[in-house]
Ligand binder design. Structure first.
Ligand SMILES: CCCCCCCC/C=C\CCCC(=O)SCCNC(=O)CCNC(=O)[C@H](O)C(C)(C)COP(=O)(O)OP(=O)(O)OC[C@H]1O[C@@H](n2cnc3c(N)ncnc32)[C@H](O)[C@@H]1OP(=O)(O)O
Ligand SMILES: Cc1cc2nc3c(=O)[nH]c(=O)nc-3n(C[C@H](O)[C@H](O)[C@H](O)COP(=O)(O)OP(=O)(O)OC[C@H]3O[C@@H](n4cnc5c(N)ncnc54)[C@H](O)[C@@H]3O)c2cc1C
Length: 667
């Protein structure tokens, strides 16, 4: 087989080199598919190379041995180094390049600009008027100010309509008075709020003449730009250590009748006039757009988290030898065990599937913002909201599962911080909660599904959006040997049946006398099941579409194997629905299982290169176990020796407590 994985180095572990030599596709070409274009894949490599030439960004102390304060300081030091090189490293204002730069240099544990880039600037772009953008956007982009997104409160995160922070308009002074009336009204959780940000987008209940207009976004200065001291009337601080993300200062924030000018309500879509009259936005939920923005990125970001864990686990599995198969003279690579493949390869397929969805939803959001900002066209909002609500919930759930399997696939060494998988896990599963708790968001997706089912039942299938069109498909018998389209048909039938069943249950409770809200709650588990199936169908169809569009024959062949694995694995995973409803026979189930096992064998020779194609540098991976060179044992030993505990032979704790205790025991 030809030599296609370009970055093979003589000094690498020969077991990994062997894997790289037998790949059937070019990893640079695969990177183009993963990152959406040849240009961006090449820019990523170029940026990574440029970073490797900056000595101040190399060989930093491992994060695992740092305290929280050290992590925050280190992230700030790296940001400072980056700001000296920013314009040489990336095209200024290119969001994807900036994200790549931060991922490489600072990693995933958080930093002061994380929310500035992902929510503060996007909120100014989508919600601020031209005049307001003139005032703040340029400063934010030049990083003269640091901003965050302060919405969640101690008492409320999911139910935004009950946020308690008020912004009461005073026509006499033309100011809003921000106030935190209770302890539960304290803003709680916003990333980079605690110690770093000097500005925030604050979501507060707009109150004019005693009437509440619901949550609206305000830009608020929190700290003095010279001294960084909190302004009078503001209480702000860090909420303490978390499961992960400890390089970030998630914070709390309270206001004591804090006054801001009228012009600080973001007024692209709604207005408060000097006399207090209110002009409504073109869509009631337009103020929620920054959340939709982050959700639309999450399939991509979560895919990349899971990819990092899998790069580590797959490389390690190709150098870890334990046990025997036929040849008793040499132990096998653990990657040759079917159970190891079954543990890892379906997640590899999901990584690719999620990333392909992410490429699409990121574009859909950009189009939506253009439509809204340029033409006032909000017609795409409902569909993107329901799609991204379902997608963020499904991808974060499976990403958590996939990363945990990757950890277990590394045996004992997976549990060590040297693998870095625990940190990746901690950061990734935060996504199940932030940007809308998963159950809450599945139920948002279910609202759209139920509406669509009701349209079909009322005889208006023509009103369905294209994503819902499958709800009108009749039941058919499907021959699975035909190919991917047959799998889609079965999945559509399963998803359709569940959507109708859940809606039927909801209606039954309502007919029996329950209010819609109570009936909804009594049907909620079934509704979330419908949302998951609907979303998994979308993921599956996107994967098929993307693979069909690939022109490079060897890349397409490798991804077709992965797609086949995905189709069989996903269908098997939801087979209980299909069997219960007579959609699939047990013979078809056996067929799917056999297809699945043969896909594992086909993927095996490409496994390492499928993960190398993500082209994560060692700096970005931060994993001793998953380094590109594959010298895991030497690297682990060096890492352990560098532990602060090993810098002296006898620890003070021994001298102070253990020795005297043992001495006492001798008496
Ligand atoms: C290198 C690594 C990089 C990683 C970097 C990561 C950094 C980022 C890390 C963390 C960031 C985290 C930031 C945050 O978490 S910010 C806070 C996020 N908070 C939430 O998401 C809150 C969730 N809650 C909500 O969004 C809403 O409360 C709600 C659940 C949607 C309900 O809203 P509401 O009560 O107002 O509405 P209803 O349920 O009554 O619905 C009424 C109709 O409106 C429709 N709707 C709701 N939202 C939208 C929307 N956004 N767009 C369009 N339509 C919307 C809803 O579907 C209803 O429609 P219907 O037709 O059914 O009536
Ligand atoms: C790492 C991290 C970073 C964050 N960053 C930010 C940030 O930058 N800015 C910001 O404003 N916020 C941020 N948050 C807050 C985050 O957005 C919220 O925690 C999240 O939206 C969930 O809301 P909650 O905490 O109120 O959960 P809750 O709603 O209290 O959830 C608790 C349980 O109640 C259930 N539940 C709640 N409502 C319903 C319902 N209607 N139906 C059924 N079940 C329900 C949930 O499913 C869950 O099981 C962050 C959180 C984390 C963990």
């Amino acid at each position: 087989m030809s030599f296609l994985n370009k970055e093979i180095c003589d000094g690498d572990n020969p077991d990994l080199t062997e894997e790289r030599r037998t790949a059937t596709f070019d990893t640079d070409r695969m990177a183009q598919v993963i990152y959406g274009s040849e240009k961006f894949a090449a820019r990523r490599r170029q940026i990574t190379k440029s970073i490797s030439r900056i000595p101040a960004l190399q060989d930093t102390k491992p994060l695992a041995f740092m305290t929280r304060e050290e992590k925050i300081t280190e992230a700030c030091r790296e940001l400072d180094v980056l700001s000296d090189h920013w314009e040489q490293l990336i095209y200024v204002n290119d969001e994807e390049e900036a994200l790549h730069l931060h991922r490489e240099v600072i990693g995933m544990e958080g930093h002061p600009f994380a929310l500035h880039e992902t929510m503060f600037i996007p909120t100014l772009v989508s919600q601020a008027s031209d005049e307001q953008q003139e005032k703040w956007l340029g400063r934010a982009r030049k990083r003269e100010i640091i901003g965050c997104y302060a919405q969640t409160e101690l008492g409320h995160g999911s139910n935004l309509r009950k946020l308690e922070t008020t912004a009461t308009y005073s026509p006499s002074t033309q100011e809003f008075i921000l106030h935190t009336p209770t302890i539960t009204a304290l803003k709680w959780w916003p990333g980079a709020l605690g110690k770093s940000s000097n500005y925030a987008i604050v979501m507060a209940d707009l109150v004019i003449k005693n009437k509440s207009y619901g949550p609206h976004p305000f830009i608020v200065q929190l700290r003095d730009e010279k001294t960084h001291q909190p302004l009078p009337g503001i209480t702000v601080g860090d909420i303490g250590p978390k499961m992960a993300f400890n390089g970030a200062d998630n914070g709390f924030l309270g206001f004591d009748h804090f006054r801001i000018p009228r012009g600080n309500l973001l007024m692209r879509h709604n207005r408060v006039e000097p006399d207090g009259s209110y002009l409504k936005p073109p869509h009631a939920k337009i103020g929620y757009s920054s959340m939709v923005k982050v959700r639309s990125r999450m399939a991509m970001d979560q895919g990349l988290f899971m990819a990092q864990a899998l790069v580590i686990a797959v490389r390690y599995s190709a150098v870890r030898r334990q046990g025997f198969l036929e040849d008793k003279s040499q132990e096998v690579k653990v990657l040759d065990y079917q159970t190891q493949q079954h543990r890892l390869f379906p997640s590899i397929a999901r990584v690719y599937a999620f990333i392909f969805c992410g490429l699409e939803t990121i574009q859909l959001y950009e189009k939506l913002i253009l439509d809204v900002n340029k033409n006032g066209d909000t017609s795409g909002m409902a569909d993107l909201h329901s799609l991204t609500s379902g997608l963020k919930s499904v991808v974060t759930h499976f990403t958590g599962q996939g990363i945990e399997q990757a950890r277990m696939a590394c045996g004992g060494h997976g549990y060590s911080m040297a693998s870095y998988i625990s940190e990746i896990y901690g950061v990734a599963v935060a996504g199940c909660t932030y940007e809308g708790e998963n159950m809450v968001m599945l139920l948002q997706c279910a609202r759209a599904l139920v509406k669509a089912v009701e349209l079909v039942e009322e005889g208006h299938p023509e009103k369905l959006s294209p994503m819902m069109a499958y709800l009108t498909k009749p039941s058919v018998t499907v021959d699975l040997t035909v190919g991917p389209e047959a799998y889609v048909k079965i999945f559509q039938l399963i998803a359709k049946k569940q959507a109708f069943k859940a809606t039927e249950q909801l209606h039954k409770f309502m007919v029996a006398g329950d209010s819609r809200d109570v009936a909804w709650n009594k049907s909620a588990v079934e509704l979330t099941k419908a949302s998951r199936l609907h979303t998994r169908l979308y993921i599956l169809k996107t994967f098929i579409r993307r693979v069909e569009s690939i022109t490079d024959i060897s890349v397409k062949a490798a991804l077709t194997d992965l797609l086949n694995l995905h189709l069989n694995y996903e269908l098997l995973d939801v087979a209980s629905y299909a069997l219960a409803d007579g959609i699939m026979s047990s013979t078809q189930m056996d067929f799917i299982k056999n297809q699945l096992y043969s896909s594992l064998e086909k993927i095996r020779p490409n496994a390492v290169s499928l993960m190398d194609s993500f082209q994560f540098s060692d700096l970005q991976l931060r994993s001793v176990l998953g380094r590109r060179d594959g010298h895991v044992y030497q690297n682990l030993f060096e890492w352990a020796k560098s532990s602060p505990l090993n810098q002296s032979e006898v620890l003070p704790s021994v001298t102070q407590y253990l020795k005297p205790m043992m001495e006492k025991s001798k008496l």
